[in-house]
Ligand binder design. Structure first.
Ligand SMILES: [Cu+2]
Length: 269
């Protein structure tokens, strides 16, 4: 009987010890999670305050490409009215390379690494697409989910804006000369949506619908700058309409700027 009691109490002790360990484990785990997330939040806050940035140059690795001369003809071969705006001719803007290989109109953006589920302040100013001298401007841009996307026609020529979007509802908007601006708003993030004018097939532009503000488009010097990125590790992606996409991993500190370069190679002929 006594032996039995001793055995019982030993068993109870073992159970208590096990329970004790079990009880301790979740506390340790949650401490790590909480401590970890607090540190990450602090790093993010510091990054936002100090304006840590990612910047660099995108280059084209190859011989200077010759720009394509556009035949300003409509369907059926009739000379387009755009011809009157470009009596000296018109060159395509699909591939703009500077003297030192600087590549313009590359969309550079943070693809991975941002805090999941975080919402960013809405973009108040609209994103604008102009139709000017029978070209779309800008050629490449980022539009935020929920931001106004305004289309304007400043030409004395009829244009239309057809979108080749998949996640967002595709649209086709006709814009006669002096017609009112038109507006669209996109619900979902989407990569590299092409827009084209049906009347003038060379009129093309691209936009990315973004759910965060960390993106930029390279200028004529191939430069880009993404400001205010919280400290952390990210995948940065660069997209060009002729070359597609490439990405690299980056580590952003709490201050200063991180320099990143991209290089797109000439296509094999
Ligand atoms: Cu057009």
């Amino acid at each position: 009987m006594r032996r039995c009691q001793i055995q019982q109490s030993t068993t109870t002790l073992r159970i208590r010890r096990r329970m004790g360990r079990r009880a301790v484990l979740p506390v340790v785990a949650s401490f790590v999670v909480l401590f970890g997330s607090t540190m990450a939040a602090e790093r993010r806050a510091i990054g936002a305050e100090t304006g840590a940035s990612v910047e660099g140059v995108v280059k084209f690795d190859g011989s200077q490409p010759k720009r394509r001369s556009i035949q300003m003809k409509e369907k059926g071969g009739k000379l387009s009215d755009c011809h009157k705006l470009h009596k000296a001719g018109l060159l395509d803007e699909n591939l703009l390379v500077g003297d030192k290989g600087e590549l313009a109109n590359v969309f550079v953006y943070v693809r991975k690494g941002l805090e999941k589920g975080k919402e960013y302040p809405a973009a108040k100013k609209p994103a604008v697409l102009n139709q000017k001298n029978c070209m779309f401007y800008p050629r490449v841009q980022g539009v935020r989910v929920g931001q106004d996307f305004v289309m304007k026609n400043g030409d004395p020529v009829l244009h239309n804006v057809r979108s080749f979007s998949f996640r967002n509802r595709a649209f086709n908007v006709a814009q006669p000369p002096k017609s009112e601006d038109r507006k669209k708003v996109f619900k979902y993030r989407e990569k590299a949506v092409m827009i084209q004018c049906d009347l003038h097939s060379w009129m093309k532009a691209y936009f990315f619908v973004m759910d965060h503000p960390y993106f930029a488009v390279t200028d004529a010097k191939g430069r880009f700058k993404i400001k205010g990125l919280p400290a952390g590790e990210y995948t940065l992606s660069a997209w060009h309409e002729e070359f597609g996409e490439q990405e690299t991993k980056i580590t952003v500190g709490t201050t200063g700027s991180t320099e990143v370069g991209f290089s797109f190679k000439e296509k094999a002929k």
